[in-house]
Design a protein around this ligand. Sequence first.
Ligand code: ADP
Ligand code: MG
Length: 288
Amino acid sequence: SVPLSFFGGIGGASRLGILVKGSNYLELLAHVDTVVFDKTGTLTSGIFNVVAVHPEAGVDPDYVLSMAAHAESFSDHPIAVSVRAAYSGEIDREKIDEVREESGHGVSARVNEHLVLVGNDKLMAAHGASWHDCDLTGTILHVTVDGAYVGHIVIADVVKDDAKDAVDGLHAAGVRHCVMLTGDRADVAQAVGTRLGIDEVHAQLLPEDKVAEVERLLAGEKDGARLAFVGDGINDAPVLMRADVGIAMGAMGSDAAIEAADVVLMDDRPSKIAQAMRLARRTMRIVW
Ligand code: ADP
Ligand code: MG
């Protein structure tokens, strides 16, 4: 026979596709009152589509896309995957070297002897490149070749179909505070946050800024209240470890995240978190 707690505890969670790495995490989950979400890959699918390419005057849009796709050809960041998917030409990896991925910024690489930068404002600023802003909503990838601005690529991600339920479910379960942290632009972040009913949004963060933000929230927690961080793992391992409960996406998430996490959502559905909390409270016999 199986002990009763099996059905409510770790075993019960695993049948819901929630892997809990120890019963101590069930206890912590039961007391979570702040849930911090990463955006890309966690609340959004992390599958981007290229929606537009805006070359500078006199530049061929295919050239912008080609240079970006080549520079991104060794990256497994979802942005890189989407840029490659939008480029219909061949990628000759022999022509690419000196590839550097700068987390939270973008990539630099030498393509056909030309130095290519693909990334956000921070990448451009860090390299002293010239670029100009554009008032488009979306994630913007600026592209420069040998220091000259050749244009930008606009990409868009889609909110997961259960993301709203995830946030509503947590609020209904008594979670006081839902926070979203992202390296993406403020306009994109705010639009997603408002749509999902997130209480607090912080954008344009580097991985180390996310750790600092989580530490600030931890310091403000009431006695006995716990904080959970939910991420897909691209650059998230340090925050996953810092939170009281680190929750990772298991299907699209990185191995490093699954390793660093205390709880893994096997099907990447954020609505499973409220379910896991309810189950944890039942198991701990906490009446809410
Ligand atoms: P998030 O915090 O939303 O999960 P990341 O920290 O992975 O996002 O990335 C933050 C930002 O850094 C992206 O929105 C993008 O502007 C830039 N970036 C990161 N990696 C790349 C890349 N491979 N190519 C271009 N831009 C990138
Ligand atoms: Mg991410």
